[in-house]
Design a protein around this ligand. Structure first.
Ligand SMILES: *Cc1c(COP(=O)(O)O)cnc(C)c1O
Length: 228
C-alpha cells in the first residue's frame, strides 16, 4: 500500500472510532481531503484509494490541478479566504464553498454561478474563538448573513464552518465545536452541515457533530510552503 492509502486507512479508523464513541453514524461524516500545496499526483493516488472530495485554499493552484485531473470524477471544495475579484472562477469550478463570511461574496457567487450548474453548496465561516485577525463572521453577525444567503437563488446554504484557535486541550476543542453546533441549531434553518475538525482535532469535532472533517496533514504529510 502507498503511504497515502495507508494514511487514508488510518484516518478512516480515527473517524470510525470517534463516531462509535459518540454513537454517531459513520456514514454521516464526510472526509474532505485538503490537498493544498500537494501535487495532482497525490490527489490521483487518494482518489485511487477511495476519496472523492478535495478541498483547496488557493484558487490558481486548484484550477491547475483540476485541469490535470479532469479525467477523474472529483468533487471540489473551496475552503480558503475569498477575494471579491476571484469569485467568478470559484462559482464556475467548485461544488462547495466553505469559507463565505460576508454577504458581498455570497451575492457575487450567486450571480456568477453558471445557470446550467446546480446551486453552489455554501457553508458560512464563523470565528468562534474571537481572535481579531481570523477570517469568519462574528457570531452576532451570523443570523442576518444566513437569512440573506438563503434568499440567493444560485446558492444552497448547507451549514457552518469554523477553524478554531489550535489547542491540545480536548475540552477547549470541544467547546469551540459545540459553539458552532449551537449557532447552527439556533438559526433554525434546517442546515445539515457542520464543517469542522482538522488533523489534530477531528475526534473532538466528530463528538460535537461534524459532518465534514477537513484533513490535510494526516493524509498527505506536512506541507512545504517553500516549494510552492
Ligand atoms: C489547511 C486546512 C485544513 C487542513 O489542516 P490539517 O491540519 O493539515 O489537517 C483544513 N481546513 C482548512 C480551512 C485549511 O486551510
Amino acid at each position: 500500500m502507498s503511504t497515502i492509502a495507508e494514511n487514508i486507512a488510518k484516518v478512516g479508523v480515527r473517524i470510525r472510532e470517534a463516531a462509535q464513541a459518540s454513537q454517531r453514524d459513520f456514514a454521516k461524516i464526510g472526509l474532505l481531503a485538503v490537498s493544498k500545496t500537494k501535487p495532482a499526483a497525490a490527489i490521483r493516488e487518494a482518489h485511487g484509494a477511495g476519496l472523492h472530495d478535495f478541498g483547496e485554499n488557493y484558487l490558481q493552484e486548484a484550477l491547475d490541478k483540476q485541469v490535470q485531473l479532469a479525467d477523474l470524477a472529483l468533487t471540489w471544495h473551496f475552503i480558503g479566504p475569498i477575494q471579491s475579484n476571484k469569485t467568478r472562477p470559484i462559482a464556475e469550478h467548485f461544488a462547495w464553498v466553505h469559507s463565505v463570511d460576508r454577504l458581498k461574496i455570497a451575492e457575487r457567487l450567486s450571480e456568477q454561478r453558471p445557470p446550467e450548474l446546480p446551486p453552489l453548496n455554501i457553508c458560512l465561516q464563523v470565528n468562534v474563538s474571537g481572535e481579531p485577525s481570523k477570517s469568519g463572521c462574528q457570531p452576532d453577525e451570523l443570523a442576518a448573513l444566513a437569512q440573506a444567503v438563503t434568499q440567493l437563488p444560485k446558492l444552497r446554504l448547507r451549514g457552518l464552518m469554523t477553524i478554531p484557535q489550535p489547542t491540545d486541550d480536548i475540552a477547549m476543542q470541544r467547546a469551540a465545536f459545540a459553539r458552532l453546533r449551537t449557532l447552527r441549531d439556533d438559526l433554525n434553518l434546517d442546515l445539515d452541515t457542520l464543517s469542522m475538525g482538522m488533523s489534530h482535532d477531528l475526534e473532538a469535532a466528530i463528538a460535537e457533530g461534524a459532518t465534514w472533517v477537513r484533513i490535510g496533514t494526516a493524509l498527505f504529510g506536512e506541507r512545504d510552503y517553500k516549494k510552492t
